[in-house]
Design a protein around this ligand. Structure first.
Ligand SMILES: Cc1cc2nc3c(=O)[nH]c(=O)nc-3n(C[C@H](O)[C@H](O)[C@H](O)COP(=O)(O)OP(=O)(O)OC[C@H]3O[C@@H](n4cnc5c(N)ncnc54)[C@H](O)[C@@H]3O)c2cc1C
Length: 599
């Protein structure tokens, strides 16, 4: 007998599942019910559609209901919303929004892939029509239409996660002055605070007004029709539109009402085959809680790659394959103007919260060979087990080459590799693409030095304690670098003078050695330790210190290098530099206009 498989939700997880089902089972009746107008659209492209970087809506539509019917023989019903599940009768009630009729649909197997919904807090004024969320194509069209028709000057983006950052960039590109509100002390929660600081400084440089530690309170409309956003007990920000991107919550209402088990974060609980507490009902995608492969804890991981993978696997299981989903690490990347920020696995905040033992390293490897034009350093943080060095997580911020390095590290994490393995893996090299010691290899070497005991690392948060215990800060950069900025209380002996000036260094004190990035200080530590000193290497150096303690430094010194490399497109610290940049940007805008004219 032909079985009927009904899928709720026709985008990332649902569409993948439907297509895979058909490839495995030519006989089944496969029905996809989608509440919205479109199936299989690219949510991830929506912010770029708002700014026009993705010019046409058609580009966002990966496939159509007609194509799914024609090619796969799948019955796709758009604007059909499932409103209830009768588990004992194995039926669902569906509203056809095209004519308002409600009908009952029988299933043998039901797959829930209804995704997640943007969180819109119940705060005064958030029901204003100029407060937008972004999840669907119509949402993006509404924002784009509003911008086209109203010529707004200023926007407030609430929430500094991936979607908030992408909207900040795209609204800035549209010429709006953007204020970004974030409740936490950092944007991009996947990253640790000191890694996010690079983004903070870059956002500010790009003209974004960044408000950290500033929870949204309300949104009022004043007499001349402008919106006033109030946040953090002190900020009042006038604007013309608000984007609310403070996160998503699983669309688990249907499952909850049907009595299916729901997890601690409000997502549906599913087993390793994606079966819910009712074995004939499966759930995948943003709506489920996924087991974190490192901590074993259930987590919400609203990521497209996971939904797509789960869509395929659930179809496999329905068709009799013995699949077992092992959980996920969570790997993501986001672009913020010129920067890419990426992470995989656990961050330090999560490891601390779980009470897991870890060590960490920071490196600033080049995107490709320094002698070949365009090379630019990135900031890489690895987290690994102190014993054995198994990789636990990685974060990278940079301009170029971030994507390929994070994907190598995600693969290493998947394979359970250690930092010594990272040092050993063979990666491709030609000067345009990498370095003889690739960024990943380098991070492996630096971390392996720690696990092997060749050097003992010290980090910003340990500094005060070490100084209280009598430690002595030694800066081994050049005098010029030292005078441009250093950690309070440091003594400067440049690395090249160190051997000849050892008698100036007290032998009774622990030396806390730093340079700009942690490399020269590592050499210094090796000299010092072999000469009988107790020396600790400040991992990541002054650059990481300034990112971790921005109020104690005048910017992060590494930003200057990025600025040079980008030919003034990014960071400028002086008014003269800014002027040069503005001239440059004006030229670029002119060029872009000319290019469009030619198109
Ligand atoms: C603006 C934006 C940018 C993003 N960028 C990225 C990115 O760069 N990288 C990344 O990995 N992820 C990104 N994501 C997340 C990614 O889109 C999601 O993780 C993924 O789409 C989840 O797939 P899903 O099938 O669970 O849900 P969805 O793709 O959201 O599909 C769920 C569908 O179910 C439908 N539905 C819900 N309830 C019902 C019902 N009762 N009856 C019928 N239909 C129903 C909804 O209308 C919806 O169309 C982004 C998301 C957004 C919104």
């Amino acid at each position: 007998m032909r079985r009927t498989i009904v899928i709720v939700g026709g985008v990332a997880g649902g569409a993948s599942c439907a297509a895979r089902l058909r490839r495995l089972d030519e006989a089944a009746t496969i029905i996809v019910l989608e509440r919205g107008e479109y199936i299989s659209f690219a949510n991830c492209g929506l912010p770029y559609f708002v700014s026009g970087e993705i010019a046409s809506r058609a580009k966002l539509l990966v496939t159509s209901p007609e194509r799914m019917r024609r090619r796969f023989g799948i019955d796709v019903r758009v604007r059909h919303e499932v409103i209830s599940i009768d588990r004992s009768g194995k039926t669902i009630d569906v509203v056809d929004h095209q004519d308002g009729r409600t009908y009952r649909q029988a299933y043998d197997t039901l797959v829930l892939s209804p995704g997640a919904q943007p969180v819109k807090p119940k705060l005064p004024g958030l029901d204003n029509p100029r407060v937008f969320c972004l999840r669907t194509v119509p949402d993006a069209e509404r924002i784009r239409r509003f911008v086209d028709q109203n010529d707004p000057r200023a926007a407030v983006v609430v929430g500094g996660g991936a979607i908030g950052l992408e909207m900040t960039e795209n609204l800035t590109h549209l010429g709006l002055r953007v204020s970004l509100l974030e409740m936490a002390n950092q944007v991009m929660p996947w990253l640790d605070r000191e890694m996010a600081e690079w983004l903070h400084q870059h956002l500010r440089f790009q003209g974004v007004e960044l408000f950290l530690n500033s929870p949204l309170e309300r949104c009022d409309e004043n007499s001349d029709g402008r919106l006033i956003v109030r946040a953090g007990g002190e900020h009042e920000i006038p604007c013309d539109l608000v984007i609310c991107s403070i996160g998503v919550k699983p669309e688990s209402g249907l499952a909850r009402a049907a009595g299916l088990d729901i997890g601690p974060h409000g997502g549906i609980l599913a087993n390793e085959h994606f079966q819910t507490s009712d074995p004939d009902i499966y759930a995948i995608g943003d709506v489920i809680e996924v087991e974190d492969r490192l901590t074993g804890e259930p987590r919400l991981m609203p990521l497209a790659n996971l939904a797509n993978r789960q869509g395929r696997l659930v179809a496999d299981h329905i068709c009799g394959k013995d699949i077992r989903y092992p959980g996920a690490f969570g790997t993501g990347i986001v672009r913020i103007f010129d920067l890419a920020a990426a992470s995989t696995g656990a961050n330090e905040k999560a490891l601390k919260a779980q009470g897991l033992a870890y060590e960490k390293s920071y490196t600033h490897p080049a995107s490709h060979a320094g002698y070949y034009p365009g090379a630019v350093p990135m900031v890489m943080k690895l987290l690994f087990e102190p014993d054995g060095g198994r990789l636990l997580g990685a974060q990278i911020v940079g301009i170029d080459g971030v994507d390929k390095r994070i994907d190598v590290l995600a693969t290493a994490l998947y394979a359970g590799l250690s930092v010594s393995d990272l040092a050993a893996i063979e990666l491709s090299y030609a000067p345009q693409f990498g370095t003889g010691k690739d960024a990943v290899n380098l991070a492996g070497y630096v971390s392996e030095n720690i696990t092997d005991g060749d050097v003992q690392a010290i980090h910003t948060e340990q500094l005060d304690r070490q100084l209280q215990d009598g430690g002595r800060l030694l800066d081994v950069r050049t005098e010029a670098e030292f005078h441009r900025g250093h950690i309070d209380g440091a003594v400067n002996i440049p690395i090249d003078d160190l051997r000849s000036r050892l008698d100036e260094i007290p032998r009774q004190q622990t030396l806390l050695v730093y340079c700009l990035t942690g490399i020269r200080s590592y050499y210094a530590c090796r000299i010092l330790r072999q000469s009988g000193f107790d020396a600790l290497n400040f991992s990541g150096g002054y650059m990481v210190y300034c990112a971790a303690e921005p109020s104690r430094c005048k910017g992060i010194p590494g930003l200057r290098r990025w600025k040079r490399t980008l030919a003034m497109e990014t960071f400028c610290s002086t008014p003269e530099e800014r002027q040069i940049l503005e001239n440059h940007s004006a030229r670029r805008r002119l060029q872009e206009q000319e290019d469009h004219a030619v198109d």
